[in-house]
Design a protein around this ligand. Sequence first.
Ligand code: 6GU
Length: 227
Amino acid sequence: MKIEAVTIFPDYFAPLQLSLVGKASNAGLVEFAIHDLRVFANNNHHTVDDTPYGGGAGMVMMPEIWGLALDPLMLEATELIILTPAGKRFNQKMAADFAKAQHLVFACGRYEGIDDRVRQHYESEQYASRNIRVHEVSIGDYVLGGGEVASLVMIEAITRLIPGVIGNPESLSEESHNEDGYLEYPNFTKPAIWRDIAVPEILLSGNHAEIAKWRSSEATKRAEKNL
Ligand code: 6GU
């Protein structure tokens, strides 16, 4: 899988070299390419934004510059992901679907966002016919300064689902937010007593059926508490 991002802050993506995602990249399971949007700003001050038509607060990123940056990335079978707090909420199901793609391109908006014609243009038939799809995505109900951190969140959630990235695939099926929305049970390790708090007896019993029942009931309690 190839994952690219277009941003005015390429340095935000330095953490892609770390931990599980960094290892996946070193192992050739995923390839990253980060592109600086300002390279495509053909004006003296490398300005990428302008005031909104119709008035209002803030600045809007100009479509011409985005077009120049994105055109060379629009290969056959590409998922173009536009980060915006107004997008569809990212979840584990979306992560699993994106993990099956060949090519992801993250367009990181800043300011009040990207001129909407960029979305409209890449949603047109000339791209659809080449298996290029556009997704406007948000990672939650709060406002960030831009799409860079949201992209990192999505890239980590997606990359760990690429086959071969996680050694033991069982940890994927048992994990805390699987696609059915199941919430995980609490976990314990050594020592059996820590600061006067004992590990639940049942977990030391060796009775696997009873342990599974207990975990399921604890997971349900947690889910109800977090509603
Ligand atoms: Cl994708 N972008 C911005 N700017 N804020 C957000 C977001 C995205 N998702 C949640 N908040």
